[in-house]
Design a binder for this molecule. Structure first.
Ligand code: THU
Length: 133
């Protein structure tokens, strides 16, 4: 059975590979997919700053390429005094593949410090049904 500690270890691994020469702020993310597998990702910055991608985006891309269809849990890890939270764009990315009750674990290098539901962080996500007229 997958434990939060497995997600933490996977996020730690990705964190160690983050490419963040501009912000110097490394981030690792790990997803437990609905297939029971763990997918991770890190932030990848670019000299053209807006081209950089967040750790969550990398982990989601790995999850989809790996064949999983949805996020059961996600953990985000950074070495910050203030606990990291997914940025607004990443909340929207997570919402595409998660539900209101999907757990989001927030971690620093010591371990998981807080666990929230997606609806706590993004109560009113833009959703597919809003596309219908
Ligand atoms: N970053 C993430 O990877 N995930 C987040 O949820 C917040 C921010 C990255 C983007 C950028 O490379 C660095 O952290 C500083 O913003």
């Amino acid at each position: 059975m997958t434990m939060v500690s497995d997600l933490f270890a996977a996020a730690q691994k990705a964190f160690g590979k983050a490419y963040a020469p501009y912000s110097k702020f490394c981030v690792g993310a790990a997803i437990l997919g609905d297939d029971g597998k763990i997918y991770n990702g890190c932030n990848v910055e670019n000299v053209s700053y807006p081209c950089g991608t967040c750790a969550e985006a990398g982990a989601i891309a790995a999850m989809i390429a790996g064949g999983s269809k949805s996020i059961s849990e996600i953990l985000i890890l950074a070495d910050s005094r203030e606990l990291i939270k997914p940025c607004g764009a990443c909340l929207q990315r997570i919402a595409e593949f998660a539900g209101n009750d999907t757990l989001i674990h927030l971690a620093n290098l010591t371990g998981v410090q807080q666990t929230l539901k997606l609806s706590d962080l993004m109560p009113l996500a833009f959703a597919a049904q809003e596309l219908s007229r």
